[in-house]
Design a protein around this ligand. Sequence first.
Ligand code: ATP
Ligand code: ZN
Length: 486
Amino acid sequence: TPEKAGKHITLLHTNDMHARAVESESNGELGFARLAGIIDSYRASNPNTLLLDGGDAIHGTTFATLVEGESVVRVMNAMGYDAAVPGNHEFNYGYNRLVELEPQMEYPLLSANIRVKEDDSPLFHPYVIKEVDGVKIGIFGLTTPETAYKTHPKNVDGLVFTDPAEEAKAIVAELKDQVDVIVALGHIGQDASSADTSLNIAKDVAGIDVFIDGHSHTMLQKGLEAGHGTLIASAGEYTKYLGVVDLWIDQGKVISKEAKLIDYKAAAAIGPDKKIAELVDSIVAEQQEVLSSEVGETAVKLDGEREQVRAGETNLGNLIADSLRSVTKADIAITNGGGIRASIDEGTITLGEIITVLPFGNQIVTLNVTGADIKAALENGVSDYPNPKGAFPQVSGIAFKIDTAKAKGSRVHSVTVGGAPLDAKKQYTLATNDFIAAGGDEYTMFASYPQAGMFGALDEALTSYLRGLGTAASPAVEGRITAGAT
Ligand code: ATP
Ligand code: ZN
C-alpha cells in the first residue's frame, strides 16, 4: 500500500457472486474460502477494513437454491461481512423469504429504495453508520428498480422500488453532517440500456465518496471516476475478483482514494481461509446425497447454453417443453429460454443438474388462451431474433417459422398446432410456467387469463418425465422453430 497522509481505511467488496461457493480454477472463480483468504490478509495488514457485498449473492447454484439462500448467509456471516445490499436475485425465493433470512444475517442488509406499498416504509434499513479508527462511515444501499420486472411479480408483490437517485439525494443530505465518508452500496449497474445506472446517480447526487456497485457484472480494474468525483468500484462476477478500495481520510474528509481488483492468479499464493473452507465443505457434503441422486440418462448433451436457448430451439428446450405438456396434457407448451440456466452433459442426469438448469422454483400452470394470443406470444418471444432474449420460446405441440425480413410483431408465420394451422379464434390449452403466466418477459397477453390448472414444480415435472422415459433420452432439435420466408 502506498504511503498516504491521514487515516487509512480499506473497503473490500464483492458483487454478483451468485452463490459460487466453491472455487473453480478453470473459470478463475475464487469461491468463498479463497476470497476469505485474501480478506484475512488485508485485515492482517490493515485492521481498519470493512467488507461489503453489492448483491446477487444468495442465488445461482444448488449450494444456495437447495436451502433458499440460507447456506450463503451462513458463510457470509463467517466471513464477517459488514453490510450487503439486496440485488434482484435476492428476491428469487420471494421477498418474504428474504425478510425471513434477514435476521439470520449478522450484517445489515441495506436498501434505501425498496418500500412497502401499504405504508411507504422502507423494507430494510436504508443505511448504517460504521465507526472505524474514529472515522465515521455512512453506508447506504440501493437496489435496481429492474427487480420489479426481472423477477416473478409475486416475489415483489406489495413492494415499490423507488427512484434510487432521489433516495440517494435524501440520504446524503441526512448523512453529510454526521459522517466523514459516504459510501453507496448499490446493485444498480452500468448497463447503458438501464434507466438507472450508478454513473447517472453519481452525476445527479453530490457527496458520494465511493459507489460500490453490482448488477451489470462489470469489472472495473481501477474503478471509475464518475460525476462529483465519486469513485465507482465493481468486482465483476462469480467470485472472480475481490474489490479493494483504499481511502485516506484527514480532518473528516477523504483526501485520496484508489480502487483495484485481486483475481485468482494474483491470489494464488495466499490460499484459502481454513475455517471458511471447512464450512463450505461441510455444507456441500450435507447436500451431496440429495443432489447426486440419479433421475435419468441422456445419450446426447442437452443444450441449455444462454446464447442458444435464448435464440433458437434446443434439444433441452424441447425436453422441458415436452415435460410441461406431458404433465398437463395441454395442447401447447411454451417456456422461456431465459428460465433455462445451464446445459446437461451426456450420461447420467442428477437431481443437482436439474436444479441447476431450473433454479427459479417455477410452478406449472395452464391457461385457456386464444390462437391470436398464442401468435402474439410467439411474436413477443422472437422479437429480437436472431439476438438472444430471455423471452425466447421453447415449445411443444406447436411449430412455427420466423421471417426475419418482417418487422417485429409480424414475423411469425406458418404456425401449426398438432399439425393443423393455428386458428386465431379457437381456444387452446397452454401449459407454461408461472413466471410467463403472470406476464413475465413481456408475455403480457397471458397476464389477464385466470389459471385453468396448477401442476406443481417445473423441475419436478422434468424429473418425472425423465424417469418415465426409462432408457436414455436423446431429444433432438426437430424443426419446431425455424427461420424462413413467408
Ligand atoms: P444479473 O445476474 O446481471 O442480475 P439477470 O438474471 O437479471 O442478470 P439474465 O441473466 O438475462 O439477467 O436473466 C433474466 C432472464 O431470466 C429473464 O429475462 C427471464 O427469462 C429469466 N427469469 C428471471 N426470473 C425468472 C423466473 N422467476 N422464472 C423464469 N424465468 C425467469
Ligand atoms: Zn447478477
